[in-house]
Design a protein around this ligand. Structure first.
Ligand code: C5P
Length: 249
């Protein structure tokens, strides 16, 4: 079993069972190529650089014919079947770990479509998670002015952006808590688009860890080129130095 520090065990869950319809591409977005390698390979490589001893659970569509295990750098990993929604994919991955994972083990869930997450951000999140009994996620304060529409593509009102954050991944929680949160969300038919929402529904408040705006989720066609530029620009950066503007000022 992977030991990340004295007695600590870390699991990585990477939901990669989406079909990426918003990309409008023939291939699911995790298999689109970035600099000669698919998005999925970039994302797994980043996670492996940060957490080489972790165990990986990769959620894949059972009908996926594009996946190649050569892209997985982890010594210990397994494939688990994706579900109808992202939360179902993660829930099924956690179920697959039952009996092996302990309630207090740390679980980091990271979208396969976010290949640009930096090692420094991953280290910062892991450090926050170790100290927090609830859990933590990377997020960035909202920078743009926020408009609420009226359903007819006209502005109903301007929302205050004070205190608003955009949630990213990874999101990290203790195994037992996250499993219970996602189970209760499914039973209660609470729609959740990230792990934090499920934990919030239990009345808990996960910690917001400042991330970087370049940890984009490839979603729309133009995002692929943007991710390519970000990865190229990051090549010149120190791998693990602080990259958090809020820490540096
Ligand atoms: O579609 P969206 O970009 O929100 O998906 C976020 C992540 O969840 C992606 O990594 C995608 O592959 C994954 N996903 C999944 N199972 C689903 C839907 C999405 O693993 N049913």
């Amino acid at each position: 079993m992977s030991e990340c520090s004295a007695g600590e065990r870390l699991w990585l869950v990477v939901p990669a069972a989406g079909r990426g319809r918003r990309m409008g591409a023939e291939l699911p977005k995790q298999y689109l190529m970035l600099g000669g390698r698919p998005v999925l390979a970039h994302t797994l490589a980043r996670l492996h650089q940060a957490f080489p001893q972790a165990k990986l659970c990769l959620c894949l569509d059972p009908d996926d014919v594009h996946f190649d295990p050569v892209w997985v750098p982890f010594a210990e990993w397994r494939r688990t079947p994706g579900g109808a929604e992202r939360a179902d994919s993660v829930r099924q991955a956690l179920s697959a770990l039952a009996g092996e994972a302990r309630d207090e083990d740390l679980v980091l869930v990271h979208d396969v479509a976010r290949p640009c997450v930096t090692l420094a951000a991953l280290a910062r999140l892991a450090a926050a998670l170790r100290e927090d009994p609830v859990g933590a996620l990377l997020a960035t304060p909202v920078a743009d002015t926020m408009k609420r529409d009226d359903g007819r593509q006209r502005i109903a009102r301007t929302e205050s952006r004070d205190g608003l954050w955009q949630a990213q991944t990874p999101q990290g929680f203790r195994y037992g808590l996250l499993r219970r949160a996602l189970h209760e969300a499914a039973v209660g038919d609470v729609g959740v688009t990230d792990e934090a929402s499920a934990v919030e529904a239990l009345g808990l408040s996960p910690r917001l860890v400042p991330g970087r705006r370049d940890n984009i989720k490839i979603t729309h066609p133009e995002d692929l080129a943007l991710a390519g530029h970000i990865l190229a620009a990051q090549q010149g950066e120190p791998l693990v130095a602080s990259d958090n503007p809020q820490e540096e000022t």
